[in-house]
Write a protein that binds this ligand. Sequence first.
Ligand code: DQA
Length: 146
Amino acid sequence: MSNTVHVLNGPNLNLLGTREPGIYGAATLADVEALCRAEAERHGFDILFRQTNSEGTLVDLIQAARGVRGIVLNAAAYTHTSVALRDAVAAVGVPMIEVHLSNVFAREDFRHHSYLSPVARGVICGFGPQSYVLAIAALATMPASP
Ligand code: DQA
């Protein structure tokens, strides 16, 4: 069991900072990464932080997380569409926390359903970049599997 947490980000999150700032705020993905690294350090975790616009690459990244301490996953729009991502999470058997910057339940109906929530250990949404920080802190409360 490694002490690494994989923080995986899906489509359009590379545009954070300029993308619909009224919804997603002014922080860039680099800012989110810096917050994640600081929180990980507090818990003695290493961080692998990745973003991709491609669903298949996200499947590959989830598969590559087999054996790590946990996955923090903001699958962005794929949250609401992707059986493949859900199956990948179920296959690797690593605790996954689903995160969203925005409160998806206060938004359009199509964002209320997540294919990922049933295979997540928990879901954190609506706290902007702090959603990621809270997810890393939550992983730290979970015992590492042998
Ligand atoms: C998001 C919410 C999703 O509905 C949306 O498609 C995103 C970002 C969030 O972090 O709030 O791209 O995952």
